[in-house]
Write a new protein. Structure first.
Length: 282
């Protein structure tokens, strides 16, 4: 029988079950959901409990001595001097949200707006990987050896996040909080979502309307997305639900076949779709 130490396997099972229904769920999102199922606030708390159980030598009911995978970085961590780590500390822009890097002793942590902090282990002086989720960071250095951006790699896709100062980070976070409070949709997101869903269902997405990262992810997932959306039928109605923690507009999309899903979408200033993903509907 599975217990909390099987959280990663449970998250994988959840992703596979949803993928079979054409619902894409990220690794981090699935881990956060499993943590909440165990009554914990986030994945970081659950991961800490797993590590404590492993270090204490506790046995699981499935058999003596069984352990959870310690993570992809086990045995690969390298030491990076504190003065170099300090150069990486700061704020980086992830679409309309903020990715904040901090240092705690000899380790970096990263936190995206609305999420908990995730610790990262160094694999060399500019590359770091999370111990509990499949995410990597690579810092892009300028002539002064200080980062101008950090590249976040997840699900095989790269997201380049330029470095921003504290004032810009504060303004981005304030804008998200204001929109969450007022429940105001960004102009153009509903129309863009209608075009996106219809084009995916037809198998002819307009990649020119997407950011490079979204276009890359869409190309990889198109066969599965097309099947699922085509089966659900044309859009019957769209309902705005609110604003997500990273500033995306969240919508329920109802189809003529009666199925529904939640879509998260954010636009660039020029109207390009910066990010979009789907989660289980009502």
């Amino acid at each position: 029988m599975r217990d909390f130490r099987d959280a990663k396997a449970m998250a994988q099972t959840l992703r596979e079950a949803l993928n079979s229904r054409s619902v894409s769920l990220g690794v981090g999102e699935s881990l956060e959901l499993i943590a909440k199922l165990f009554g914990l606030p986030d994945w970081n708390v659950l991961a800490a409990r797993i590590r404590t159980a492993e270090q204490g030598g506790h046995e699981r009911s499935g058999g003596p001595g069984a352990k959870v995978d310690a993570g992809v970085t086990n045995g690969k961590e390298v030491h990076v001097p504190s003065d170099i780590l300090d150069r990486y500390v700061g704020n980086y822009q992830f679409h309309n949200a903020v990715f904040t890097v901090t240092r705690d002793g000899g380790q970096l942590s990263g936190r995206l707006s609305g999420q908990g902090a995730v610790p990262y282990l160094a694999v060399d002086e500019t590359e770091f990987t999370a111990d509990d989720i499949e995410v990597k960071l690579r810092f892009i250095l300028g002539p002064d050896s200080r980062p101008t951006a950090v590249v976040l790699r997840q699900h095989g896709n790269d997201h380049t996040m330029p470095r921003i100062d504290a004032a810009a980070a504060h303004e981005l976070q304030r804008a998200i909080e204001d929109r969450m409070s007022s429940r105001s949709a960004s102009p153009g997101t509903e129309a863009a979502l209608r075009r996106l869903v219809a084009s995916l269902a037809s198998g002819q997405p307009n990649y020119a309307e997407m950011s490079a990262g979204l276009a890359e992810a869409t190309r990889k997932q198109l066969p599965r997305l097309q099947r699922g959306l085509a089966d659900m039928g044309p859009i019957a109605s769209i309902e705005f639900l609110g604003v997500g923690a990273q500033g995306q507009d969240v919508y329920s999309v109802w189809h003529q076949g009666g199925a529904a899903s939640h879509w998260h979408i954010a636009l660039e200033a020029d109207g390009t779709i910066a990010s979009a993903f789907v989660t289980p509907g009502p």
